[in-house]
Design a protein around this ligand. Structure first.
Ligand code: 6PG
Length: 246
């Protein structure tokens, strides 16, 4: 078991999304070469949209039929809703390249019962990865973002999901948004072969410094992402890295 932790800083947001697209494709080629498929979990929010658009524009001929897409978290809304992470990725990527519909594992968030949504998505993960109770899936890559409060996926500070150690997916009540979010749990994130944090912009500089250089008690959710046998890569643009002591 070995894990690596590295930080890559590039000058501009454009450089960041190009570098992230190259890393995505490099990881995909490696996994497809080794096992014939690439299982990736995508992040939502605003930051990765440019990455998804770049993948669609720059890699049209890629072996998308060997790529299996999941979502690290989702808002509790239907797939047509403006807040839907699925909708964002579908518009930026899935609708633009030859991804077979069966390769996209959307969170069934239209179901008003958030716990049922989480249980259904967990069942999909267990079926796809052919894992039993007590076992965890090993994604080839999990993409994550980070909020100004240090949350990642939908693992928010002081929320119940932070303590979850057996389930793969939970419905996490987020008081400040007065809603549930459907999210992977830390064991899933920390069983991945590779985790990439993609963080852009000066408004994130303070939290980036706190997470990468700060001593927080309790530790911030993003600090608890430490793959036990995998690669952790922070990809930052200069504005996001501007408060790091390098
Ligand atoms: C979501 C995300 C979330 C996101 C951060 C950062 O569904 O919102 O998965 O964890 O990565 O909130 O969001 P921005 O990229 O919009 O700053």
């Amino acid at each position: 078991m070995s894990s690596t932790h590295s930080i890559e800083v590039v000058a501009t947001p454009g450089d960041l999304f190009r570098a992230a697209a190259e890393e995505f494709i490099r990881a995909a080629r490696t996994a497809i070469g080794a096992q014939g498929r690439f299982a990736v979990a995508l992040s939502g929010g605003s930051t990765p949209k440019n990455l998804y658009s770049l993948l669609a524009a720059g890699y049209t001929d890629f072996a998308w039929n060997r790529v299996f897409f999941f979502f690290g978290d989702e808002r509790h809304v239907p797939p047509t809703h403006a807040e839907s992470n699925y909708r964002m990725v579908n518009e930026a990527l899935f609708s633009k390249v030859a991804v077979p519909p069966g390769n996209v594992f959307r969170v069934p968030a239209e179901n008003p019962d958030a716990d049922a949504v989480a249980a259904a998505y967990e069942a999909q993960l267990r079926k796809f990865f052919e894992i039993k109770a007590g076992e965890f899936p090993r994604f080839d890559l999990i993409l994550l973002g980070m909020g100004p409060d240090g949350h990642t996926a939908s693992l928010f500070p002081e929320s119940a999901a932070l303590a979850e150690q057996t389930r793969l997916v939970v419905a996490n009540w987020v008081a400040k948004f007065n809603t549930h979010r459907i999210t992977f749990t830390f064991p899933v994130l920390n069983h991945a072969a590779e985790v990439i944090f993609l963080v852009s912009g000066a408004e994130k500089a303070s939290i980036v410094h706190q997470v990468l250089e700060g001593r927080n008690t309790p530790s911030l959710p993003a600090q608890q992402v430490q793959p036990t046998n995998g690669k952790l890569l922070w990809m930052l643009d200069e504005p996001a890295a501007s408060q790091l002591t390098r």
